[in-house]
Design a protein around this ligand. Sequence first.
Ligand SMILES: Cc1ncc(COP(=O)(O)O)c(C=O)c1O
Length: 383
Amino acid sequence: MRFSSKQIHAGVTPDPTTGAILTPIYQSTTFVQDSVDSYLGKGYSYSRSGNPTVRALELKLAQLENGADATCFTTGIAAITNTMLAFLNAGEHAIVSDVAYGGTYRFCTQVLNRFNVDFTFADTSKPDDVKEAVRDNTKLILTETPANPTMKCSDIAAISEIAKAAGCVHVVDNTFLTPYFQQALDLGADLSLHSTTKYFDGHNATVGGAVIARTAELDERLRFHQNSTGSIMSPQVAWLTMQGCKTLSVRMDHQSANAMAIARYLENHPKVKQVAYPGLESFAQHELAKSQASGFGAMMWFEVEGGLDAGKRLMDSIELWSLAENLGSVESLITHPVTMTHAAVDKAERERVGIIDGLVRLSVGLEDKEDLIEALGKALENV
Ligand SMILES: Cc1ncc(COP(=O)(O)O)c(C=O)c1O
């Protein structure tokens, strides 16, 4: 099956007892066993260790990203923390994109560092920097591409080669593009990680996470930690996410077309100092973005002439766009990463990697692009 057929049908079979076309929400803590000797005969015992609704979503996600299997977590950050716990031991070292979601940075610098795990935050857009950062005890490389919020892109295939040579796992946070636009495992990554909160859900309804693994052995380690840390996704969330999955390609196509139109509008606006969208020819890594993904997604940032004060005025006054965290939903959102999503990153580090005070992040939704552009134009008039 091709992608759009898979996003609807993979992992789903009509309910054997009723014929219901949608996988039911198995809202049950425990599963009754036929006998002691046939324990787990039907595959389930207790919903922290496994649940049929969650399993249906895992099978769907594994097929969408051409993986051996997938494991679903309570949140995107739980997918990240469990991956690090699964593949790092005390005394070991990991390389993480120096621009990554703020929560990833916080977990490395305020939690896992306390357990004697060492991190290098490298500019993964430069494979040579990643190569140089590799140590004898490096066990994991985490690449977020495009990165939140700078949009910096990293060469997945090149970093996968480095990881392979170093004998460590390469994890790609593929949240911004999803497998519809970027097949991280086909490009060489070992694990493709998602905050399903974003595009897979797409409707601002849930928080969730998933990791799709290249091999069953890698998945097994994640599943062990999913159970050990009690981080499994809930059946309600899995069910809602599954419904979101069915329209992923349609939403991604439409949202990225909206984003392209908005990026061009902003690029030509006299009050806009700079725009970063991988689809623009002016974007530093436009060629890399084009070569490893089939679309540019619907995330971008821009800076208004007048910097932080002007940006704040725009964000406080804009209509139609909601001033909010989250991204990837049908509703268009506007975010100030410095005070919202990346507040956990210290100022010096933020500035070093390009998260400037005046950066305004856009998550372009499914509204009519003309309405979105009109609202931006009106807000720009006020600054
Ligand atoms: C790229 C990326 N990865 C991971 C996360 C964390 O996901 P969640 O908020 O579902 O925990 C986010 C959240 O914004 C993100 O943008």
